[in-house]
Write a protein that binds this ligand. Sequence first.
Ligand code: NAD
Length: 279
Amino acid sequence: MANIPTLTLNDGITIPQLGYGVFKVPPADTERAVSEALEIGYRHIDTAAIYGNEEGVGAAIAASGIPREELFITTKLWNDRHDGDEPNAAIAESLERLGLDRVDLYLVHWPTPARDNYVHAWEKMIELRDAGLTRSIGVSNHLVPHLERIVEATGVVPSVNQIELHPAYQQRDITAWAAEHDVKIESWGPLGQGKYDLFGAEPVAAAAQAHGKTPAQAVLRWHLQKGYIVFPKSVRRERLEENLDVFDFELTDAEVAAIDAMDAGDGSGRVSAHPDEVN
Ligand code: NAD
């Protein structure tokens, strides 16, 4: 089994740096896919209420027989559950579907700025953590002004910010803020969701070739060496194995720098929704 490194979050909780994300894994396939991932050696699963597959994740966890403390399970609060006591109901429903007493990490999925209720959502996250329903709390898709506002309002810094991040879209303003405030970055869409020719790009192809690895492995290695947490998605066993087989080589500083240079710096590399548009 791969020896997956862990990172320590700003609240002292440790998290496996590489996991398995199940966005778009169909609910009917989820138990099988997560069971395979656990069998292969994954111990960190990233799901969300909106993915509709928490039940499959829970069924795989229950069937695995793996001690609960060896697993790291993340789920997320959906956008229409920020108000009032809705977050309390939402996490209770997620826990029920997952068959768990608590998750390891609960995230505000999007700030939904047009609704202007993300500060309240963050206050509720603090309450849910204090009630023991999640060990750690973080956010997702929060831009620097959103981060500044929730910290200013509560004094509580999220443990992670899960954002779209891959070589063509590196969100350097957010990663700089995160480094300064000891917030770990989780890269979603780490392989660019297959929406541009990431694997054919020269810096990626050259690094892969130099180490006898696949382009996907070179990109995952880049995320890991940048200090980011990743959970690439696949429903194919051979890819689940490939994506975990990234701990026996290291990119050189020059290879990392060449991949760093793939972001044009104008935001044009983004492949999915912008947080201001999701409400
Ligand atoms: P990804 O970059 O992981 O891309 C997934 C696609 O890459 C798969 O469809 C598969 O076809 C391909 N792929 C996977 N492994 C491969 C390999 N070894 N070789 C070639 N192709 C390969 O994109 P993603 O699934 O969107 O992101 C990963 C996880 O991030 C999600 O499953 C989810 O957990 C999380 N996520 C979070 C948000 C958010 O708003 N917080 C949004 C999207 C995704």
